[in-house]
Write a protein that binds this ligand. Structure first.
Ligand SMILES: Nc1ncnc2c1ncn2[C@@H]1O[C@H](COP(=O)(O)OP(=O)(O)OP(=O)(O)O)[C@@H](O)[C@H]1O
Length: 265
C-alpha cells in the first residue's frame, strides 16, 4: 500500500481499541504540510487517542496509518518521533521537577531530558534562546520545571516541541491552565506560526473554539470516537455540527478571524 508524499498524516480506517472498547475510529484522515488542524469534541470523544497515534505514541488496532510517508508498524518509531514536536499533559508529566528550563529546551533535539548527556553546539544554545523568546519564556530559562506555573509550563513545553524543527507539531490543549492574557499571547503566537509558510503542519486539540488561532485551515469534530465533521474550518465549525457533537444547541459565531461559542437560547 502506498501513501501520497504530500501527506504527513494518512490514516485509513484507523481505530484504537482498548479492553473491548473503541476509543476512536474508524477514521480516514489526511493532513498536508501546509494544513493547520484543530480537533474539538466533548470529554472522552477520542481526541487524545487520535493524536497519540498521529504522534507515533500508539499503534492503531486496525486500519493503516502512515506518518511522513512511513507506515506505522513497519518503521522505527524513534525515527518518526524525532520529526514530531508534541505539547501534551503526558509529555509534561514525564519531566522531573529539578530539570532546568533552558536544558529542557536545548536537549529536545537529542530526545533526552537533561542537559549534560550529549554534546551541544553553540547553534543549539542560540536556537533554544530564540525559541524561548518566541514563546515568551526567555525570563524562565534558569528556573527549574517544578517551580513553574501551569501556564509557564505550557510555554516551555511548546518551546521544547519547536526546538527539534518538527515536520509535524501536535498540541494537546496547549493553552489549558493559562490566564486570559497568557492565552491570548499564545494564541497570537500560534496564529503567526500557522501563517508561516515554513512552519510545520499543526494539529491542535482544544476544548474552546475561542482558542483557535487565526490561520488554522481545517477542523475535525469528534463525538464518542466518531467523526461528526471534518474538512475546511469554516465549513466544519458550524452551529449545527458543534450542537450535534455536544448534544445541545450551541451557537458558533465567527468574529473577524476568531470563533466564539455559547449555548443557544
Ligand atoms: N487505556 C485505556 N483503556 C480504556 N479506556 C481508555 C483508555 N484510554 C482512554 N480511554 C477512554 O477512551 C475514551 C477517549 O479518551 P480520550 O482521552 O481519547 O478522549 P478525549 O476526547 O481526549 O477526552 P478529554 O477531552 O476528556 O481529554 C474515554 O472514554 C477514555 O476514558
Amino acid at each position: 500500500m502506498q501513501t501520497d508524499p504530500d501527506w504527513l498524516i494518512d490514516f485509513r480506517g484507523v481505530e484504537l481499541r482498548r479492553g473491548g472498547n473503541t476509543l476512536v475510529g474508524p477514521v480516514d484522515w489526511q493532513v498536508e504540510l501546509d494544513e493547520r488542524w484543530v480537533i474539538i469534541g466533548p470529554n472522552g470523544a477520542g481526541k487524545t487517542s487520535l493524536v497519540r497515534m498521529a504522534a507515533a505514541e500508539e499503534f492503531p488496532t486496525t486500519g493503516t496509518a502512515f506518518l511522513m510517508g512511513e507506515r506505522l508498524g513497519k518503521t522505527d518509531m524513534r525515527d518518526l518521533r524525532a520529526a514530531i514536536g508534541i505539547s501534551s499533559a503526558a509529555v509534561q508529566h514525564r519531566i522531573p521537577d529539578e530539570e532546568r528550563v533552558f536544558d529542557l529546551v536545548v536537549s529536545a533535539g537529542y530526545a533526552v531530558l537533561g542537559r549534560w548527556r550529549e554534546e551541544y553546539l553553540d547553534m543549539d544554545f542560540e536556537h533554544a534562546q530564540e525559541i524561548l523568546r518566541q514563546v515568551g519564556a526567555e525570563h524562565l530559562k534558569d528556573r527549574t520545571w517544578g517551580t513553574l506555573s501551569e501556564g509557564e509550563k505550557k510555554r516551555v513545553i511548546l518551546g521544547r516541541a519547536l526546538m527539534i524543527n518538527p515536520e509535524l507539531l501536535i498540541l494537546d490543549e496547549p493553552t489549558a491552565g493559562m490566564d486570559l492574557g497568557g492565552r491570548e499571547d499564545l494564541v497570537g503566537y500560534l496564529g503567526e506560526l500557522a501563517m508561516d509558510a515554513d512552519a510545520p503542519a499543526i494539529v491542535m486539540i482544544t476544548h474552546h473554539v475561542e482558542e483557535i488561532p487565526h490561520g488554522f485551515t481545517h477542523a475535525m469534530i469528534l463525538d464518542e470516537g466518531r467523526v461528526v465533521a471534518m474538512g475546511l474550518i469554516n465549513t466544519v465549525l458550524t452551529s449545527e455540527n458543534v450542537s450535534r457533537a455536544f448534544h445541545q444547541p450551541i451557537q458558533v459565531d465567527r468574529i473577524g478571524e476568531r470563533y466564539f461559542a455559547r449555548r443557544a437560547k
